[in-house]
Design a protein around this ligand. Structure first.
Ligand code: AMP
Ligand code: MG
Length: 523
């Protein structure tokens, strides 16, 4: 028997605002790009379309479990409306649709993918910006292929908490407004090993300027549909990059330079905080340089550059932590190729790839300058950084704790960093003392601690932390998820009251637990 539903006591007092029905809904994407003539319907190929109209599937008992007061405020929206956020109701002004896009998955062109389990409700004009509201997990769409279009509670909690915490870490990301449980079980075979089991279903409402991806453009280019590609590029630039022109090579290059830059910046932030996306397929790359599609992502705990959280990626480790910048470049190159049919001189697109590399290098240098409290980047710092990353791998060393403790170092002593080591008795003291002395000399005994403390977070959503929130939520207790949501609003704050519980290395129980050390795409 299910536990009694507990009150979600962590909700703050509602600040008021409009209901969803009272928002200023727009449907620019539907009005200005070509779509499917059929409404809803079974999974199928939809050539020439950018979208298909489709309604969310009703669920038995939608219940609001998580709510972002900040995203609510962005939209001037009051908490509630679980019927709409659970997909049971559509109000006037909304015109729900699933987007059609393609993608390279693990390096291979997969052709049509699309929103298989996402439905956009519409775009909201907040007065200062246009934001798209999209439900993730509301049932089948023409792009669901062989699956059910639904999402489970565990992956929904992970998406909600992670997107909100990334925002507070200063990492460009899509946001999450709400998470609703559906009251319906969804069957998943988590480890793809022939053990399907029912799990509670849930729906996240996520928010972004748009959910256009690299794959949104690729699908038309790779199918030789230059006309639709042209329309979509014109639309994208007109609505989202109005400072550029879509009708000249110069304008397209300027736009793509911006996308390349924003993508490089996003990935350098991932590297700064130890985030591994896990599925950097081109359909999961936002045209706005936002972290999008939270699936089998993970956080580096012990510093292991080869780590990938995604079990599907274990063989080649294409999406490992240390390979993310390179994959970003590969993905940008695929986007550039897909815009080439619109260019008079397509050779010029190489410049945008250069922009990506140059931006990433600059960002990466700045990242190290800040993480280590240096004044400015010098060529000789390369060796200091190499030695550091080498040392971090000598024995299991927690990345987040290490940099946080380094940020408050008063004298170059390894004792101050002891807590960052998993086996505190086996610290390679000689190597560390050597490195600490070089660093101390480099910063002349006075690292810029203020900057260090503002870029080296104290709290991140470690995999086991999310798992604790999930374990509780599966027993109808959302207090842990609420606690983490609040904690991660201030990841650079000391928050001493939370230190003992959350400023911690990965506990032993999480070392080999599914959902902590390994994650699958099944969600
Ligand atoms: P992802 O790996 O989550 O980026 O998904 C890749 C593709 O599979 C996208 O087109 C998704 O919409 C689709 N997809 C993933 N899970 C489901 C599901 N449960 N039902 C329908 N489509 C799905
Ligand atoms: Mg995706």
């Amino acid at each position: 028997m299910k536990n009694q539903v507990q009150e979600s006591t962590w909700f703050e007092e509602d600040v008021g605002g409009n209901t969803l029905a009272e928002l200023d809904w727009k449907n620019f994407f539907l009005l200005e790009t070509p779509g499917d003539e059929e409404i809803g319907g079974l999974p199928r190929q939809v050539p020439g379309a950018c979208w298909s109209r489709v309604l969310p599937t009703s669920v038995p008992t939608p219940q609001l479990r998580l709510w972002s007061d900040e995203v609510g405020e962005l939209l001037n929206l009051q908490r509630g409306d679980e019927l709409i956020l659970g997909g049971n109701q559509v109000v006037e002004g909304m015109d729900p649709y699933a987007q059609r896009y393609g993608g390279h998955q693990f390096g291979n062109w997969a052709n049509q993918l699309g929103d298989g389990r996402a439905i956009t409700l519409g775009e909201v004009d907040t007065g200062s910006e246009i934001l798209e509201l999209q439900l993730k997990g509301p049932g089948i769409t023409p792009y669901s292929r062989f699956a059910d279009g639904k999402a489970v509670l565990r992956s929904s909690i992970r998406e909600f908490l992670c997107s909100e915490s990334m925002h507070h870490l200063g990492v460009p990301t899509t946001r999450a407004l709400s998470m609703v449980t559906t009251g319906e079980d969804v069957v998943r075979d988590i480890m793809y090993d022939g053990n399907p089991a029912p799990e509670p279903g849930a729906i996240v409402c996520r928010v972004a300027p748009s959910f256009l991806r690299f794959g949104s453009f690729q699908i038309h280019a790779l199918n030789g549909d230059r006309e639709t590609l042209r329309t979509l590029v014109d639309y994208t630039i007109r609505h989202h990059f109005p400072e550029h022109s879509s009708s000249t090579d110069d304008g397209l290059i300027a736009w793509l330079n911006q996308v390349a830059e924003e993508t490089a910046i996003m990935i350098s932030h991932w590297m700064r905080v130890g985030f591994v996306h896990g599925v950097m397929n081109t359909d999961n790359m936002s045209i706005h340089g936002l972290t999008i599609d939270y699936g089998p992502y993970g956080w580096i705990e012990n510093f292991e550059p080869n780590w990938t959280p995604n079990t599907t990626d274990l063989r080649t480790r294409r999406y490992r932590f240390s390979n993310q910048a390179q994959i970003g470049a590969w993905n940008v190159a695929r986007l550039l190729e897909s815009i080439s049919p619109l260019m008079e001189d397509a050779e010029r697109l190489y410049a945008c790839l250069e922009t990506y590399y140059t931006t990433y290098e600059q960002q990466n240098n700045t990242m190290w300058v800040n993480k280590l409290g240096l004044d400015e980047f010098q060529e000789s710092d390369v060796e200091l950084i190499q030695e550091l990353t080498k040392n971090l791998q000598l024995v299991e060393t927690d990345m987040t704790i290490f940099f946080r403790l380094l940020s408050s170092m008063e004298e170059p002593s390894i004792d101050h960093l002891q807590f960052a080591f998993y086996a505190e008795t086996a610290i390679p003291k000689e190597e560390w003392n050597q490195w600490l002395e070089s660093w101390w000399e480099r910063v002349e005994g006075n690292p810029n601690r203020t900057i260090m403390l503002s870029v080296n977070p104290k709290y991140v959503l470690r995999n086991w932390m999310a798992q604790l929130a999930i374990d509780a939520a599966e027993k109808d207790d959302y207090s842990v998820a609420g606690e983490l949501y609040e904690l991660l609003k201030d990841p650079y704050g000391e928050q001493p009251q939370h230190e003992e519980k959350w400023f911690q290395k990965r506990p032993e129980w999480a070392r080999h637990r599914v959902g902590c050390s390994m994650l699958s795409c099944s969600s």
